[in-house]
Design a protein around this ligand. Structure first.
Ligand code: ADP
Length: 248
């Protein structure tokens, strides 16, 4: 895909830590409206890739473009968040002493990026948006519950809802199924599919059952670059992928 029609475009991105290449000329293109799963063994460079996209780590070389023409290379984290890239880290971070509703309301009122604690009366339109997000994240019946009382999986959904409140164009999600029950994992796949109707999503995930249930194109990272790309069946049949995962 041409850069001009892409949502996210990484071109030959390299990052070294003390001479070790965590990313080695990584090139990756995400189309507008696409959900992509990124897999790969530990140390493959998945986290470093997310860090580069969000501006946490500057690439030593290569370029990152957003929305075809916006050069993200070397931009800081706050500017990149402001442009509409939201990141969900593995561990849920919600305001435990606030209700589910208040968490969403706070996120809705905060500028993109780190959440502020602002209290002012929200408009009817904003209330509708919170209602919509509550339904989307499967927490409609938990609206008055303190976030502290939610299960681990529900906290993850709430944080996804908080990120969506800021209406990102691209949502990066790091191992959403980690630590979830089987039922929560299955529901999370459905939730991400719902989100992908309106947003582009990049999911880093280890759980192959979960990746299969997403049913999206998969990119396999290995030693900081793309080893294989395609459907999960396609990449699973690739000898090189089997070798990397099974050490054969
Ligand atoms: P993954 O998320 O796929 O497990 P990472 O991106 O975390 O991979 O790491 C890729 C490689 O870079 C690993 O070998 C890791 O040890 C190394 N690495 C990552 N971050 C740093 C850092 N801040 N300093 C030194 N080495 C790092």
């Amino acid at each position: 895909m041409a850069r001009s029609s892409s949502l996210l475009y990484l071109d030959g991105v390299s990052v070294s830590f003390d001479g070790f290449k965590a990313l080695n000329e990584l090139s990756l293109t995400i189309a507008p409206g696409e959900m992509r799963a990124i897999i790969g063994p530990n140390g493959a460079g998945k986290t470093t890739m997310m860090d580069v996209i969000t501006g946490k780590t500057r690439p030593d070389s290569g370029e990152v473009f957003f929305n075809g023409t916006v050069d993200l290379t070397g931009e800081d984290e706050a500017s990149i968040a402001e442009l509409g890239i939201g990141r969900k880290f593995q561990k849920p971070t919600v305001f435990e002493s606030h209700t589910v509703w208040d968490n969403l309301e706070l996120a809705l009122k905060a500028p993109r990026g780190p959440f502020a604690t602002l209290f002012h009366v929200i408009s009817g339109g904003e209330k509708k948006r919170v209602e919509y997000l509550l339904d989307l994240i499967r927490l409609g019946s938990k609206r008055s519950e303190l976030a502290a009382n939610l299960s681990h999986g529900q906290k993850q959904w709430l944080e996804i809802g908080m990120l969506l409140a800021q209406d990102p164009k691209l949502l990066l999600v790091d191992e959403p199924a980690a630590g979830m029950t089987d039922a929560e994992t299955a529901e999370t796949a459905e939730l991400l599919k719902d989100i992908a109707n309106d947003h582009s999503v990049v999911v880093v995930e280890h759980d192959m059952v979960f990746v299969r249930s997403l049913g999206v194109k998969v990119t396999v990272l290995h030693e900081g670059s793309v080893l294989a790309e395609g459907s999960l069946d396609h990449v699973s049949a690739d000898e090189r992928v089997v070798e990397v995962y099974l050490g054969r």
